[in-house]
Write a protein that binds this ligand. Structure first.
Ligand SMILES: [Zn+2]
Length: 266
């Protein structure tokens, strides 16, 4: 009897210890997210032409260049978050693909192909600025919602995603880890739920950003413009993934925006 009691205790301790171990393995702290995100940012910037660093874009929108506009919109939206632990940065990569992505911890990149798709350099860039704010708001919420860390946790629980093991020693594993994060972020491997969450969060941010002249309608307009491009030139489109479908995202965003606009102004 006593022996079996001791055995039960030992078994209990083993289970408790293994659970603690798993909790440590699965969860990725904010500082770890910032660390791996900064490593991935270094890698992407090493391989890319960054506007304002390697290539000067003409100052043709109100006397400013597109990279300055991107940075200003991003900074304005982040100011609406209030105090937060993230290290946001907003940079433009010279690349014809239609894409934008966030790395864990805060670095956010927009491709010139996306800026062109949104016609940022047109004569009346107000609508383009709104749509770009929609994209940046969406990416900001991928960071604040810790969507990469959650996906990482799920993959670990399923025994997948071992190429992005954290805390791995040695240059090879670290390189693998960075490659895994970049592949995840650039190819938009978020879950359907997280895409919806980012659309919703982006709409809310733009609504809060009315003082900067933003309009949450920008999210709907941006999804419509990008949906058209993905039909006309599907090869150039990276930002829109198949799940959830853009038609569903547009319907959902339209409803959210009209609900918000029906609320009395504070
Ligand atoms: Zn997304």
């Amino acid at each position: 009897m006593r022996k079996s009691l001791i055995a039960t205790w030992i078994l209990g301790l083993v289970i408790a210890a293994s659970m603690t171990c798993h909790a440590g393995l699965f969860s990725v702290s904010v500082s770890e997210q910032k660390k791996v995100g900064a490593q991935a940012a270094q890698e992407i910037e090493r391989k890319s032409v960054i506007l304002g660093r390697d290539l000067q874009a003409p100052k043709n929108i109100g006397g400013r260049s597109v990279d300055e506009i991107v940075s200003e919109i991003g900074t304005n939206l982040v100011s609406l978050l209030g105090p937060n632990p993230w290290s946001f940065s907003f940079k433009v990569i010279q690349n014809k693909e239609v894409n934008a992505f966030a790395l864990p911890g805060g670095p956010i990149y927009v491709y010139t192909g996306l800026l062109k798709a949104l016609k940022l350099e047109s004569d009346s860039p107000r609508e383009a600025v709104n749509m770009l704010a929609g994209v940046l708001g969406h990416e900001i919420v991928h960071v604040t919602g810790q969507h990469w860390a959650q996906q990482y946790k799920k993959d670990q629980e399923r025994g997948l995603g071992l190429a992005i093991i954290l805390g791995a020693a040695g240059a090879n594993k670290s390189t693998q880890q960075v490659a895994g994060i970049l592949n995840f972020a650039q190819s938009q491997k978020y879950s359907r739920k997280d895409e919806y969450r980012s659309d919703d969060g982006g709409i809310k941010l733009l609504n809060d950003g009315r003082r900067f002249g933003y309009d949450p309608q920008g999210v709907v307009d941006m999804l419509r413009v990008l949906d058209k491009i993905s039909q006309d030139t599907p090869k150039s489109m990276v930002w829109l993934s198949d799940h959830p479908s853009t038609v569903d995202r547009i319907k959902r965003a339209e409803k959210k925006v009209s609900d918000l606009k029906a609320l009395p102004l504070k």
